[in-house]
Design a protein around this ligand. Structure first.
Ligand code: FAD
Ligand code: DHB
Length: 389
């Protein structure tokens, strides 16, 4: 089989890239290790930057998001039992969109299916060949039967544990990593959100976040130990701990109920450079990971897709390699800014085991500065709503 772009990974990056290329007559095949149901069962990001909203529209997938998503024009930051609001819309002119990654992915699958796009599920043994030549190909198997996909380019959209990044030789690649000494325990519950906007809380007992998917579906997170397991936490214990970490005013009106999903995510900052090797291009979590604080993971994946899709169009439509040659540098420049913001926002809001009394005072001073200083809020808001592509 032959295609123009072989896309490894059927998560949001791979599907969005495939659909955007399709809209401009560029053919691709998506190879996904799991089933569609499995991919749609993963509860992940919930906040979309305008850049991603625009890309979904450009992909012809914006209708349900516009109808069912919620625009948020600010967020609350809580500390010491009180909270203050950062007014994104007032400071930057831009809101963010509340619409789950699950729904983004569902809409993209629907669009690929109705366009007759090819997605091979349950693929195994995916191997990249000759990425440093003009004739790369991907070999894989389905139910033990070997397959081969010849292509012009390979897009590695296979997440942090995928094979694409590993295909770049170690002499060429450099990884940068920071592991955080805690995780996030998250639950989804069919309860009305505690506040109409998100609440990011710094408390003596650790970080907490009150988020949502819609008016009847809430998403809450608390900082937890890396040795915790979701099954160690009863729903009651989770709600009690959350209440102790958010301002009393919110805790009193928190509506609790049974969790419909409960999971723990470790926190990591990671970047690999370069994001291109020959005819292989990395996109999204395959190339970088951020700690979730500030919701930059999915949004940074989307900005990579934006650069790569435009570069590939330039190649096919104008016969120019300028875009693909600039891809890695351009994508990484924005990636590192998202890494910085996520690292900073994490350091502002969490309790670190090694934090000294001095460190805690500095953290409080930084929160106070953010509360009282418009320029500091502007910098935070510009990063949160998303830096320009
Ligand atoms: P992925 O979503 O990881 O998709 C990669 C796809 O490739 C997967 O479907 C996988 O099955 C497939 N794949 C992997 N290996 C292979 C292979 N060898 N062959 C074929 N297919 C393969 N971000 C936020 O902004 N907010 C959050 O709250 C948040 N929570 C998260 C919680 C968890 C547990 C994780 C892991 C991530 C979270 N993120 C969050 C990050 C965000 O979800 C990711 O940034 C986003 O999913 C990146 O999309 P992607 O398509 O690049 O990668
Ligand atoms: C969500 C996750 C985040 O990491 C974040 O900063 C905001 C919202 C969420 O899952 O809703």
């Amino acid at each position: 089989m032959r295609t123009q772009v072989a896309i490894i990974g059927g998560g949001p990056s791979g599907l969005l890239l495939s659909q955007l290329l399709h809209r401009h007559g560029i053919d691709s095949v998506v190879l996904e290790r799991k089933t569609k149901e499995y991919v749609l069962g993963r509860i992940r990001a919930g906040v979309l930057e305008q850049g991603l909203v625009r890309l979904m529209e450009e992909a012809g997938c914006g209708a349900r998001m516009q109808a069912e998503g919620f625009e948020h024009r600010g967020t609350l930051i809580a500390h010491g039992g009180e909270s203050f609001r950062v007014d994104f819309a007032g400071l930057t002119g831009k809101p963010v969109m509340i619409y789950g990654q699950t729904e983004v992915t569902r809409d993209l699958y629907a669009a690929r299916e109705s366009a007759g796009g090819r997605i091979d599920f349950n693929v195994a043994d995916v191997t990249i060949h000759d990425a440093d030549s003009d004739t790369p190909h991907v070999s894989y198997s389905i139910d033990g039967a070997p397959r081969r996909l010849d292509c012009d380019f390979i897009a590695g959209c296979d997440g942090f544990h995928g094979v694409s990044r590993q295909a770049i030789p170690l002499e060429v690649r450099r990884d940068y990593e920071k592991i955080y000494p805690f995780g996030w325990l998250g639950i989804l519950s069919k309860t009305p959100p505690v506040n109409h906007e998100l609440v990011y809380a710094n408390s003596d007992r650790g970080f907490a976040l009150c988020s949502m998917r819609n008016e009847q579906l809430s998403r809450y997170y608390i900082q937890c130990s890396l040795s915790d397991h979701p099954e160690d936490w009863t729903d009651e214990a989770f709600w009690e701990e959350l209440k102790r970490r958010i301002p009393p005013e919110q805790a009193e009106k928190l509506v609790t109920g049974p969790s419909i999903e409960k999971s723990i995510a470790p926190l990591r900052s990671f970047v690999t450079e370069p994001m291109r090797w020959g005819r292989l291009f990395l996109c999204g979590d395959a190339a970088h990971i951020v700690p979730p604080t500030g919701a930059k993971g999915l949004n940074t994946a989307a900005s990579d897709v934006n650069y790569l899709y435009r570069a590939l169009r330039e190649f096919y439509e104008k016969n120019s390699a300028q875009g693909i040659d600039a891809y890695s540098k351009k994508a990484l420049a924005r990636v590192w800014k998202a890494e910085r913001f996520s690292w900073w926002f994490s350091s502002l809001l969490h309790r670190y085991p090694e934090q000294s009394a001095f460190d805690l005072k500095i953290q409080t001073a930084e929160l106070e500065f953010l509360r009282s200083n418009r320029a500091a809020q502007q910098a935070m808001a510009e990063n949160y709503v998303g830096l320009p592509y």
